[in-house]
Design a protein around this ligand. Structure first.
Ligand code: F6R
Length: 251
């Protein structure tokens, strides 16, 4: 089942998303959070850090597993997802850094690293709450559109659309890594519940295909129609096509 919250704009979307994550942490202080990077969750992470500072929320016992990492980037690189998580969330909350996990983009044996990551996430009992952003092309994690859903953590060739979308974070499109290690659809679907956030009109088509379209690996996020417990928080621009299709949303 997919429950959809429509918010006016990015700020309201971020606050609602942070509230959903906070609900999990308050209910289960030792939860496993599956976390995402990208521009969409930054506002939610800022809100979580603020609530942590104010003493409303503690991450002391929380463990986290991130979705993905660029292949070839060290965690110290300012565009690596490890660096992103440290600077946008982990450095600002009371989480134990030893309890935070991101695939190792520098692993000498990427296939072994993927297998290790799957074993790690399984040993933690999978995510209690999995946070997801949405690619303009419908990807979740870096599960790119293709002709089958890939269950395991794997090395993926990024599509041109993803390289172009992420070029804004690098000096040029040529600097965007061409490959990434990503959690597969299996780990994502094994999460107890899922929060997917989306903002802006660039996401409107992908969000429509995810919610209203056929379940197909051509739109990897559409697999979430088969998950029993999904919350989508989107702003008006991102939800425009979904609302126009007559799907009911909570305000
Ligand atoms: C990041 C990730 C990606 C992003 C997606 C949207 O860990 O897994 O799926 O969530 O590319 O990125 P933004 O938020 O930058 O539009």
């Amino acid at each position: 089942m997919i429950r959809i919250y429509q918010e006016a704009d990015y700020a309201a979307m971020s606050r609602r998303a942070a509230a959903v994550i906070a609900a999990e942490v308050i209910r289960n202080p030792a939860c496993v959070l599956g976390l995402a990077t990208g521009s969409t969750p930054i506002g939610a992470y800022e809100q979580l850090a603020a609530w942590n500072r104010e003493g409303l929320l503690s991450f002391k016992e929380v463990r986290s597993v991130n979705l993905d990492e660029y292949k070839g980037l060290p965690g110290t690189h300012d565009q690596s997802y490890r660096y992103f998580m440290n600077t946008h969330l982990f450095d600002h909350v009371d989480i134990d850094p030893a309890n935070t996990h991101v695939p190792d983009g520098l692993a000498a044996d990427p296939a072994a690293e993927c297998a290790r990551y799957d074993d790690l996430v399984a040993s933690m009992g999978y995510a209690d709450l999995q946070l997801l952003g949405l690619g303009n092309n419908g990807h979740i994690g870096f599960n790119e559109p293709c002709d089958c859903f890939v269950r395991e953590t794997h090395v993926v060739d990024l599509t041109q659309s993803t390289i172009d979308a992420n070029a804004r974070f690098f000096a040029s499109a040529g600097d965007v890594p061409r490959q990434a290690l990503t959690m597969g659809i299996g780990c994502i679907m094994a999460a107890r519940w899922v929060l997917l956030i989306a903002s802006g009109e660039a996401k409107a088509e992908a969000l429509y295909r995810m919610i209203c379209g056929p379940i197909t690996p051509a739109c990897p996020a559409s697999i979430l129609q088969l998950h029993g417990d999904v919350v989508v928080v989107g702003d008006r621009a991102a939800l425009e096509k979904v609302v126009a299709a007559g799907v009911s949303v909570c305000e």
